[in-house]
Write a protein that binds this ligand. Sequence first.
Ligand SMILES: Cc1cc2nc3c(=O)[nH]c(=O)nc-3n(C[C@H](O)[C@H](O)[C@H](O)COP(=O)(O)O)c2cc1C
Length: 326
Amino acid sequence: MPESEKRVPVLVAPMMDWTDRHCRYFLRLLSPGAQLYTEMVTAAAIHHGDYAALLEFDPSEHPVALQLGGSDPGMMAEAARRGAKFGYDEININVGCPSDRVQSGQFGACLMARPEVVAECLQAMQSECDVPVTVKTRIGIDDEDSYGFLRRFVDTQREAGCRKFIVHARIAILEGLSPKENRSVPPLIYERVFQLKRDLPELEIVLNGGIKSVEQVDEVLEHVDGVMIGRQAYHDPYFLARLERHFNPGWSAPDRHSVVVEMIPYIEKELARGERLGRITRHMLGLFAGQPGARAWRRYISENSFRDDAGPEVLIDALDKMPVAA
Ligand SMILES: Cc1cc2nc3c(=O)[nH]c(=O)nc-3n(C[C@H](O)[C@H](O)[C@H](O)COP(=O)(O)O)c2cc1C
């Protein structure tokens, strides 16, 4: 695949259980330029667990950022150091996740109320690694739903040295809404993020939340430096190829069939290491979204990938059943 001519202002969101390394390998085939993010990995897991297994990734994933969750500066610094040593291009702090589990660990979105703790982590992390340490945050939490609150949070991190912020443009409600509801119920307020960029033009500001079309991306980019795309990139991964071509008209986008074929050597390598086919193909279910045969593709892959002996022939068989020019 030819290298992207230039970096596209598109980032793919960290998504737990979704943007694992298999997913990122697949998405990279659809966009050479987008910046990819890992799922959130807790600093505690890196401290106590098999960190090499948690951190490994394929070199083709670059540029790729490691997202960390935690609030203990020492542990966050250790995790950042290990991440940078593994070759991640950026380390990102999660200040956006509202789940109970994350709140009881005192990190994620609840840290918006404790900006000085995030700043302490940030400084400890920056001193342990030489890649940028960035922050992904919401625009507020609970009753703290004002530009002033967001601005104070960002100012504290800016003073601690952070230069890049990814802002999910809705507040998080810490009690009463599930994480899923927290991604749709609080309204999106893009204007708050635009104002941040107007007031602090020296910062790199990336907007996240509800982006689903190329037209929307163009509109948002009139106000901020980048867009981060979550669910749309997962449910319709070919959207990333459309965006790549939009920003790099010279890039010849692979068709969906050839993306599947390009996955096969990777799948063979992973199966030989003991991985199961379904753990990889589950990320490919949306590849034909909106195309003739999309449902049949999803069904065939879902029904056949989880057999113990399932191998790449499942994908070939599924392709054989697809209309030719999808
Ligand atoms: C399944 C799922 C898992 C998520 N996990 C994380 C996570 O680990 N870290 C994080 O910062 N955000 C996480 N998010 C939030 C996304 O990064 C993003 O902020 C949110 O989905 C809004 O963007 P979108 O409207 O483009 O999907 C997750 C979202 C989904 C759908």
